[in-house]
Design a protein around this ligand. Structure first.
Ligand code: ARG
Length: 463
């Protein structure tokens, strides 16, 4: 018999029972549900809304129920619809009338909002610690490759000289923003909705702050209607996770390109690549491809929840039960992706000679050549035109700028002298780029140090 069967004269249709129930997916919040109920029962006892002795019994029985679920001794069933009613039914089965007092001054609407926040707060810390680990791996890899010159690209055309370390540290910045986005999201969701009731608060003398305190929230939500109808925190988290996935996906895409024969910049460890069932020579970057692919799935979750919420009148509507599967799937996916991505990055190796060879083809020092003329007094636009002509000449001759004889330089502009070859040397081109954020070795070492300081600071925050 349903907890709510009082005003009904018929049993719920069997198919509808399955359709309506959420225990298949919200069962994973059993610890949060029970922790929330323990705090609620404690508050009910302290405020005298129920007798202290009854509150104590409820708390003890809830602990047992939690252990029993963990041990697989208590079966969660769709007949009790969701995790909230499964726990309450088990409690009442154990304590009789005392168990029936737990739901005083509470609704499933504020209860589910509470459970979801508790669950997601925990998951945010999990995702954040994985991101910090990935950043540590990234910093270590960057340190190995501060001198590995490669062609930087725009439009996937060779553009200007950079280094592998500089390239990696670009991702370091993205992941820094991701960490702070998770922290922002955590801080904004860190207000307890319990005590909002069904939608309009309650007439009992509850102590919302006490519950919030017991559960580690920074405070309580400020409006009971909003407290039960808000899912912004879940959407914000999905958006932050989508952004993490987007960054992982771009990184994956580059790894896939770099592992191709065409680039041959990178080799993945055998443990992080797969073979082909037919082509014996193949070594495929499946893991990076899957991370890229799963990004679409996470974006789907974000769009799903935004769409579920867009037309809902206040306050709770059953549509909102659809929030959980999307968010759980996104959280599981990003954690799994981070778990495989970090060791894949840690074990990959670059082929610096191939990077260097690619850098010496494609005129990536052409800007430096123009800058050379500017330093000798030419206006940049004039220098730009001269170098354009030089590049055309080199293409005709099938050589690089550094191989062009000085006479050819002088024929186009007599400002050129022997020191132009020095200026065109790729290592000099990179190490001259000392502007903040640039690829010069010293500057990238500073960027790495900044990342390491960031990691230490944000690990501290968790304590
Ligand atoms: N299982 C429900 C959910 O996930 C819990 C809240 C139900 N509240 C209600 N009034 N039916 O949203």
């Amino acid at each position: 018999m349903k907890l709510w069967s009082g005003r009904f004269s018929k049993e719920l249709d069997g198919l509808v029972n399955d359709f309506n129930s959420s225990i298949q997916f919200d069962g994973r919040m059993y610890e949060e549900d029970i922790t929330g109920s323990i705090a609620h029962a404690t508050m009910l006892g302290k405020t005298g809304i129920i007798a202290q002795s009854e509150a104590d019994k409820i708390v003890a029985a809830l602990r047992e129920i939690c252990n029993d679920i963990t041990a697989g001794k208590l079966e969660l069933t769709p007949d009790n619809e969701d995790i909230h009613m499964n726990v309450e039914t088990a409690l009442t089965a154990r304590l009789g009338d005392t168990g029936k007092r737990l739901h005083t001054a509470r609704s499933r609407n504020d209860q589910v909002a509470l459970d979801f926040k508790l669950y997601l707060k925990k998951e945010i810390l999990e995702i954040k610690s994985r991101l910090l680990h990935l950043q540590t791996v990234l910093a270590e890899q960057a340190k190995k490759y501060t001198g590995a010159v490669l062609p930087g690209y725009t439009h996937l055309q060779r553009a200007q000289p950079s280094t592998a370390a500089h390239h990696f540290m670009a991702y370091g910045e993205m992941f820094k923003r991701d960490v702070t986005r998770l922290e922002d999201c955590y801080a904004r969701m860190n207000y307890s909705p319990l005590g909002s009731g069904a939608l309009a608060g309650t007439t009992y003398p509850i102590d919302r702050e006490l519950v919030a305190d017991l559960l580690g929230f920074a405070g309580v939500t400020n409006n009971s209607l909003d407290g039960v109808s808000d899912r912004d925190y879940a959407i914000e988290l999905l958006s932050a996770i989508s952004m993490i996935m987007m960054h992982l996906s771009r990184f994956s895409e580059e790894m896939i390109l770099w592992c191709s024969w065409e680039f041959s910049y990178m080799e993945l460890d055998d443990a992080y690549s797969t073979g082909s069932s037919i082509m014996p020579q193949k070594k495929n970057p499946d893991i990076a491809e899957l991370v890229r692919g799963k990004t679409g799935r996470v974006y789907g979750s974000l769009m799903a929840l935004l769409t579920v919420m867009k037309g809902l009148p206040l306050a709770y509507n059953k549509d909102m039960q659809e929030d959980k599967e999307s968010v759980f799937d996104a959280v599981d996916t990003v954690k799994m992706c981070l778990d495989v991505f970090a060791p894949m990055l840690e074990t990959m190796r670059l082929k610096p000679q191939n990077l260097r060879n690619a850098a010496s083809r494609g005129f990536i020092n052409a800007t430096d050549c123009a800058d050379y003329l500017v330093k000798k007094g030419l206006p940049f636009r004039d220098a730009y035109t001269v170098v354009g002509k030089l590049v055309a000449l080199c293409i005709e001759k099938g050589i690089g700028l550094e191989e062009l004889p000085l006479d050819d330089y002088k024929a186009l502009c007599d400002v050129f002298a022997d020191d132009v070859y020095e200026a065109l040397n790729l290592e000099n081109c990179v190490n001259g780029r000392t502007s903040i954020g640039g690829p010069a070795e010293q500057e990238v070492l500073r960027q790495i140090a900044t990342l390491e300081a960031f990691i230490a600071e944000h690990k501290e925050d968790d304590k």
